[in-house]
Design a protein around this ligand. Structure first.
Ligand code: F6P
Length: 456
C-alpha cells in the first residue's frame, strides 16, 4: 500500500483535561533539533523523490511520542497493568523496569500490577497470581534475561481478559509482545471500545527478528545478533581447523533474515548467508552445494549462516511435523539446518570429498541474554514513550522509533505487514559483498564472487 494511503491516526480515549505532573519540567525545557513538539508530526518519507511523488500538501506523517502538558488520566487514581507475551527477547525486563519507574517517579502512579504468563494471567482458570510492581521490586531486573513476569504464546478469551481489567479497575494496560500479542492487544482495545470503557491499551513491540514494520529497529535485535556473532566466530575457528571444514550456523529469523544478515556482517566470517527472503537452489550447476564445494576448494573451508526460515521452499507440506502453526498462529518451520547437514554430507560423499561438518544452533541462547547497553537505552526510552502515550489517553497503539524519532503507531499498522530484508536493498547487497556469494544460486546464477581470500 502506498504510504499516502496509510492512516496513521492514533486512537484516543477522550479529552485531556488533567495537568501533567511533568508540566513544570516541560515548560523549563528548551527546544532543540531533537525535541519534537506535540503537534510536530514525523514525516514518513525521507527521500526527495518520495516527497516529489506526493500530491501537494499531502505528506504522510506519524504522531510524535513524548510527554504532553495535559493528560487524560489522573495519576493518583490510575491503576496500571503490565503483561509480557510471546517468545523471549533481550530487554523485556528493561522495559518493565522503565515503565514502573516512569509511572511511579514522574507521574506518581501508585498501583502497578504485573500479570503473569502472558494473556493467561487474566484468565481465572489458570489461577496465576498478580504481582505488585514497585521501584523496589523492579530494582536490578534489567541485569537478567527473560521476563520477571513470565510469558506464554497464544490468545485467550478476549471477553474474559477485559472482564479481568474491569474487575481490577485497570485504566491502562501495557502489552510487551510480538505481532501475535499485538493482535491480542488490538482485540482487547476493540472489546474495551465496545463496552465504552476508558481503558487504554498501549504496546511495546518486541521481537528479536526485527520484523515489525514502521520501526527503525525492534528492541533486543541488536543484542541478539551480537550474541549470534559468538557462534559465528566459533564456527569459523572449527571450519578452518579441519580438512574439508564446513560449519553451518542456524540462527533465529522466521520470516525475516535480519539476524543472519547483521550477525554475518558484524563478524564478517561467513561465506554464505541464507535467508527466507531469498530462495535458493541446492543441486545442479551453480546450485548452493556446488558453490560451497568451490569455496572449500579455494579457501580450504567454508562457513554458512542460515536463518531458520531460509529454504522453506525446498520442503513439501508432507514434511511438516507437529501441525502447521504454533500457538501464536505462526507457521511451523521445517528444519533447514537438518536439511543442509544432510545435503552437504551426501554431496561431499558423492564427490569423494573429505568433509568435517560442524553444526551450531544457538537459537534460544541469543534471545535469553540480558540486553546490551544500546538495547537497554532503547528499551528505557521506548518505555518512557509508552507511559507518556498512555497517560495522555492514547490507545490501540504501539510505540516505536522511526527515522530516529519516537512515534506512536496504530496497532493495526504494526501487525498489518512484516519488515523483511529487501533482496534488492542495500543491506542484502552488503551481505553479498561481504560473503562473495552469488546473487542467486542455480543455472541462472549471476555471480559477484570476490576473489578467494586465501585459506587460513
Ligand atoms: O520471536 C520470534 C522468535 O524468536 C523466532 O525467531 C523464532 O522462530 C521463535 O521466536 C521461536 O520461539 P518459540 O520456540 O518460543 O516458539
Amino acid at each position: 500500500m502506498p504510504a499516502g494511503d496509510i492512516d496513521f491516526t492514533v486512537q484516543t480515549l477522550g479529552k485531556r483535561t488533567v495537568t501533567s505532573p511533568l508540566a513544570p519540567l516541560l515548560e523549563a525545557r528548551r527546544t532543540s533539533a531533537h525535541t519534537v513538539e506535540e503537534g510536530d508530526r514525523i514525516l514518513f518519507d525521507d527521500t526527495l523523490s518520495s516527497f516529489e511523488r506526493r500530491e501537494e500538501g499531502h505528506l504522510p506523517s506519524l504522531e510524535a511520542a513524548g510527554p504532553r502538558q495535559k493528560i487524560f488520566f489522573d495519576p493518583s487514581k490510575t491503576r496500571v497493568g503490565i503483561v509480557t507475551c510471546g517468545g523471549l527477547c533481550p530487554g523485556i525486563n528493561n522495559v518493565i523496569r522503565a515503565l514502573v519507574s516512569e509511572l511511579t517517579t514522574h507521574y506518581g502512579v501508585r498501583r502497578i500490577h504485573g500479570f503473569r504468563s502472558g494473556y493467561q494471567g487474566f484468565i481465572p482458570e489458570y489461577g496465576h497470581d498478580v504481582v505488585d510492581l514497585t521501584l523496589e521490586s523492579v530494582d536490578g531486573i534489567a541485569a537478567q534475561g527473560g521476563t520477571i513476569l513470565g510469558s506464554s504464546r497464544g490468545q485467550q478469551d478476549i471477553g474474559q481478559v477485559v472482564d479481568c481489567l474491569e474487575r481490577m479497575g485497570i485504566s491502562t494496560l501495557f502489552v510487551i509482545g510480538g505481532d501475535g500479542s499485538m493482535r491480542g492487544a488490538q482485540a482487547i482495545a476493540a472489546e474495551v471500545g465496545r463496552r465504552d470503557r476508558p481503558i487504554g491499551v498501549v504496546g511495546v513491540p518486541k521481537t528479536i527478528d526485527n520484523d515489525i514494520p514502521f520501526l527503525d529497529q525492534s528492541f533486543g535485535f541488536q543484542t541478539a545478533f551480537s550474541e549470534a556473532t559468538r557462534s559465528i566466530r566459533s564456527a569459523k575457528v572449527e571450519a578452518r581447523s579441519a580438512p574439508g571444514g564446513v560449519s553451518v550456523v542456524k540462527l533465529m529469523g522466521r520470516h525475516s533474515g535480519f539476524i543472519a544478515c547483521y550477525a554475518a556482517l558484524a563478524q564478517n566470517d561467513a561465506d554464505f548467508v541464507l535467508i527466507p527472503e531469498v530462495p535458493f537452489v541446492l543441486d545442479g550447476p551453480g546450485g548452493f552445494l556446488e558453490c560451497l564445494r568451490r569455496r572449500v576448494d579455494t579457501q580450504g573451508h567454508a562457513l554458512v549462516v542460515a536463518a531458520e526460515g531460509a529454504g522453506q521452499e525446498l520442503f513439501t507440506e508432507a514434511d511438516a511435523e507437529g501441525g502447521l502453526v504454533d500457538a501464536s498462529g505462526n507457521k511451523r518451520l521445517q528444519d533447514v539446518g537438518r536439511l543442509l547437514r544432510q545435503k552437504i554430507t551426501e554431496d561431499f560423499a558423492a564427490h569423494g570429498r573429505e568433509l568435517n561438518l560442524r553444526y551450531i544452533d544457538p537459537s534460544y541462547v541469543i534471545r535469553s541474554v540480558p540486553a546490551n547497553p544500546y538495547d537497554s537505552v532503547y528499551c528505557t526510552r521506548l518505555a518512557h514513550a509508552a507511559v507518556h502515550a498512555a497517560m495522555a489517553g492514547r490507545t490501540n497503539m504501539v510505540v516505536g522509533r522511526w527515522r530516529r524519532r519516537f512515534v506512536h503507531i496504530p496497532i493495526e499498522l504494526a501487525v498489518g505487514t512484516r519488515n523483511r530484508v529487501d533482496p534488492n536493498g542495500d543491506l542484502w547487497w552488503s551481505v553479498l559483498e561481504a560473503t562473495g556469494q552469488p546473487v542467486s544460486f542455480g543455472e541462472e546464477s549471476e555471480s559477484i564472487e570476490v576473489p578467494a581470500f586465501g585459506g587460513q
